[in-house]
Design a protein around this ligand. Structure first.
Ligand code: MG
Length: 256
């Protein structure tokens, strides 16, 4: 079932989304050669707690038999696509690409956001991958309004990404969000126009294109969380939490 949030609930989601965006941008500013990814995680968690929120990824479980996610922030480097675990040993170096994904529970409502940033100076290929992924999220968001369908979003993302020579991940998807960290519907980053669930006013969705320079096949690392590209090629990830309105989408995880 896809839930519909009330205007009062959307107000709280917007409040939380704005705080989350501010925290994630502050953390992203700390990304530089020589920093351990655990430092980014510590900062994200501290800022979330100071704001009166809770990190929603920490101790998150997808299955009973799997270890819970041990951190507040996902930090995925280079060929890691999503769900990278921050650590003391993972030191960022010049030329790396870091995807930062952060979720927060605030006044009982969940928002979710991700950005990808270069470490130091980015190569032209990295710049292009980041730009295309960011723009593909905008394309997906641009499809949203009451009456459109889930397939319209994926179609717009896929078309834009492939036109630029990259590939969208198939086996991980965006999702509904708000009352829980993950809700229905699934939002694939590929698809056909005019297919899937019809969008209604008050639906809150987390769109998250995961874009790969090479082939869109993934492998799960030994830590059981980190998804990496099978061919070792670079990946980028951008995410916003948005609400469906009559005339379009309103981004909840933005500063303004
Ligand atoms: Mg998400």
């Amino acid at each position: 079932m896809i839930t519909i949030k009330t205007p009062e609930e959307i107000k709280i989601l917007r409040e939380g989304g704005k705080i989350l965006a501010s925290i994630l941008y502050q953390v992203a500013k700390k990304v530089r050669p020589g920093i351990a990814t655990i430092e980014l995680d510590k900062m994200a968690e501290k800022l979330i707690k100071e704001a009166g929120g809770e990190p929603s990824f920490k101790n998150y479980k997808t299955r009973e038999d799997k270890i819970p996610f041990p951190a507040s922030l996902c930090v995925s480097i280079n060929d890691e696509v999503v769900h990278g675990i921050p650590s003391e040993e993972m030191i960022l170096k010049e030329g790396d690409v870091a995807s930062l994904d952060l979720g927060m529970k605030y006044k009982n409502f969940y928002t979710d956001m991700a950005i990808t940033v270069p470490v130091g100076e980015a190569s032209p290929q990295v710049k292009k991958m980041i730009e295309v992924t960011k723009k593909s999220l905008e394309k997906g968001i641009g499809e949203i309004k009451e009456g459109k369908q889930i397939g319209d979003i994926g179609h717009a993302i896929q078309t834009y990404v492939e036109k630029n020579g990259f590939n969208a991940v198939r086996n991980l998807v965006g999702h509904g969000v708000g009352y829980k960290a993950h809700e229905e519907p699934e939002i694939p980053n590929f698809g056909r126009k005019r297919t899937g669930e019809v969008l209604k006013r008050g639906m809150v969705l987390a769109l998250e294109p995961m874009i790969i320079v090479g082939l869109p096949e993934l492998i799960l690392a030994n830590d059981n969380w980190t998804w990496k590209t099978k061919d070792g090629s670079l990946a980028a990830h951008f995410e916003h939490t948005v609400v469906v309105t009559k005339t379009g989408a309103k981004i909840l995880t933005s500063l303004t």
